[in-house]
Design a protein around this ligand. Sequence first.
Ligand code: HQG
Length: 179
Amino acid sequence: MDERRTVKVSKYLSKHLRHQPDRLGITLDAQGWVEVDELLRACARNGFTITPEELDHVVAANDKQRFAVEGGRIRASQGHSVTVNLGLPPAVPPPYLYHGTVARALDSIRSEGLRPMNRHHVHLSPDRATAVRVGARRGVPVVLSVDAGAMHRAGHLVHVSDNGVWLTDSVPPAFLRLR
Ligand code: HQG
C-alpha cells in the first residue's frame, strides 16, 4: 500500500471517526468505538471502499497511531469534535508539555489561555519537536511551554491518549510560557 493511499485512508477515517460519523451513517458508542465490519460496509456504501488489509495497514503503520482496534472494534485515539468519553484516567504529566501554534493566535492565547476550540480537549505534545510539527500545519510554528507539573498540582485533570497525546480541558495563561 503506497504512502499516498495510506494518508488518504487515514484522513477519511479520521474525518468520520472524530467528526462526522453521521455522514457515513454509522453510530459511535459512548466511548467512540464502532465495529470494524460496520465501518467498512459504511465506507463502501459511501463509495470509498477500504479492504480489511488496508485498514489493518493504516492502523498499524499510521505515523501517529491515530486509531486503536480492540475486539473487532475501532476508534480514533484522540482529536474528536463529536462527544465521546475516551475513558482515560487522569495521569501525572511530565513537568513540561508543549503546544505548537502560530503567531497570529498568540494575543488571544495570552489573554484567555489555550482553549479546545473545535475539539474536545487542548492537545499538548510531550516534546518540542512534536509541537513544532503541530504548529507547522498552520504556518510558521511557535512553541509554548506548558507548566504541566504546576497544573497538575493545582488540580487540573490531564490525560494521555493511547497514542501519547496529552489532553486537558484548558490551559490558563498562568501556566504558559512563550519560549
Ligand atoms: C489555537 C493534530 C486563539 C491552537 C495535531 C491551535 C495535534 C487558540 C488551534 C492535534 C486558542 C486549534 C491537535 C485561543 C488554542 N485563541 N487560538 N485561546 N487556544 N488556539 O487543530 O493543537 O493529525 O484543534 O493553538 O498533530 O493544533 O489530527 O488543535 O492552533 O495532535 O491526529 O487553535 O491535531 O493531530 O487547532 O492540533 P486544533 P492543535 P492529527
